[in-house]
Design a binder for this molecule. Structure first.
Ligand code: GLV
Ligand code: GLV
Length: 323
C-alpha cells in the first residue's frame, strides 16, 4: 500500500504523476488547515506532507496527524513550522535552500534600483504626461555607495556578489564572521552596519529571536539618506516603527517584498507612503525558480519516505536518530 501524503502546494502535472506513482495524494487547498480539510478517519494514516509557508506546522497539526514522519516545506523559510515540536515528535522537516538565491537577490537589487533611481514614480511621470511639462527630479547613484547586509546566508552571498558588479562596497553583520566572504564583504558590528549603510538589506530568517529585531533603535542609527530593503520575512522588521521612520524622514525609503500581514491590505499606511516600493512576496516567484523549488520539495518528501537521506533537512537530528 502506498503511503498517504498531503499536498498543499502547487504540483505541476508531470511531477504529480511521478509522486502519485509512489504515494496516495490527498489534496489540501494552499493555506487551508490540513487538520480541518482531511477527514478524521484518514488523518491517522497520513505519513507525509508538502506544504507552503501558509500552512502552520505546529503542535495542533502534529497531534492531528500522529503518523506524520516528514513535512516538506515548499520554501526555504520555515517560520511556519514549530521546529522544536516537530523534532520532539520525530517529524523530519525539509526545505528548499539554494535554488532560489538568485531570484530573491534579483528582487532585492530591483528594489534598490527602484528606490535610488525612483523608477516606479518615473514610469507614472511619463504615462501621466508630466514629462511634457518638465524634467524628472534627479535621483541618487548606488555606485560607490555602501550596501549593508544583515545576514550572510546563501541569499546574502549572492546579493554581495551581485552588488560588486554595481561597484558597491559591501559590509555585513551576521552572528559569526564568515571567512568564505573575505574580500567580498567586510564584517562589521551590528550598530556599525546600520550607521554606515547607504542601502541596508535584510537577509535573516524569522524566528523568536529575530522577530521585530529591526526597529526604532536601528532606524535611528541609520543615515537619513539610507534605504531599507526587506526580501526576507516581514515580521523581522517592526513595521509600525518603520512606518514612523519613513514618515519622519528618519530614513529615506524602503523596498519591501514581505510585510507583517500578507497579502498587504491596501488600507496599510505603507501604501500611502511615496518613499516605499512594494512587491507581493515575489522573491522566488519565477517559473524557473518555483519549478526548482517544487522539484526539491517533492524530492525531499519522496526521499524521506523511501529511506534515502533528503537533500535539505532543517532538523537532520531526526533523520540521524532513525538510522
Ligand atoms: C519564500 O518566502 C521562501 O521562504 O522560500
Ligand atoms: C537562504 O537559503 C539563506 O541561507 O539565505
Amino acid at each position: 500500500q502506498k503511503p498517504k501524503i498531503i499536498v498543499s502546494a502547487p504540483l505541476p502535472a508531470d511531477l504529480r504523476e511521478r509522486v502519485a506513482a509512489v504515494c496516495e495524494i490527498i489534496d489540501v487547498p494552499v493555506g487551508q488547515n490540513p487538520a480541518e480539510a482531511v477527514p478524521a478517519s484518514v488523518r491517522p494514516e497520513v505519513a507525509g506532507m508538502v506544504c507552503t509557508v501558509r500552512t502552520r506546522v505546529d503542535q495542533a497539526l502534529l497531534d492531528a496527524f500522529p503518523a506524520l514522519t516528514v513535512s516538506s516545506n515548499f520554501a526555504v523559510g520555515f517560520d511556519n513550522v514549530d521546529i522544536e515540536a516537530a523534532t520532539r515528535r520525530k517529524v523530519l522537516i525539509c526545505n528548499t535552500p539554494g535554488v532560489l538565491d538568485g531570484a530573491v537577490a534579483d528582487v532585492m537589487i530591483g528594489l534598490m534600483l527602484c528606490l535610488a533611481r525612483n523608477l516606479v514614480a518615473g514610469d507614472a511621470f511619463v504615462r501621466s504626461g508630466a514629462w511634457t511639462k518638465g524634467a524628472f527630479a534627479l535621483t541618487t547613484d548606488i555606485r560607490g555607495k555602501t550596501l549593508g547586509l544583515l545576514g550572510m546566508g546563501r541569499i546574502g552571498k549572492v546579493v554581495a556578489r551581485t552588488a560588486q558588479a554595481f561597484d558597491m562596497k559591501v559590509i555585513y553583520h551576521n552572528r559569526r564572521e564568515d571567512p568564505s566572504v573575505e574580500g567580498l564583504a567586510a564584517y562589521v558590528g551590528r550598530d556599525e552596519l546600520f550607521k554606515s549603510s547607504d542601502v541596508l538589506s535584510v537577509h535573516i530568517p524569522l524566528s523568536a529571536e529575530t522577530r521585530h529585531s529591526v526597529g526604532k533603535r536601528e532606524f535611528g542609527l541609520m543615515k537619513p539618506t539610507a534605504y531599507l530593503i526587506n526580501t526576507a520575512r516581514g515580521p523581522v522588521l517592526d513595521e509600525a516603527a518603520l512606518i514612523e521612520a519613513l514618515r519622519a524622514g528618519t530614513i529615506a525609503g524602503a523596498g519591501l517584498d514581505v510585510m507583517e500581514q500578507e497579502p498587504l491590505p491596501p488600507s496599510s499606511p505603507l501604501c500611502e507612503l511615496p518613499n516605499v516600493v512594494l512587491q507581493a512576496h515575489v522573491g522566488s516567484a519565477t517559473h524557473e525558480t518555483r519549478r526548482a523549488m517544487i522539484d526539491l520539495a517533492a524530492a525531499n518528501l519522496l526521499d524521506a519516505l523511501g529511506g534515502k537521506t533528503p537533500q535539505a533537512m532543517v532538523n537532520p537530528q531526526v533523520w540521524q536518530a532513525r538510522a
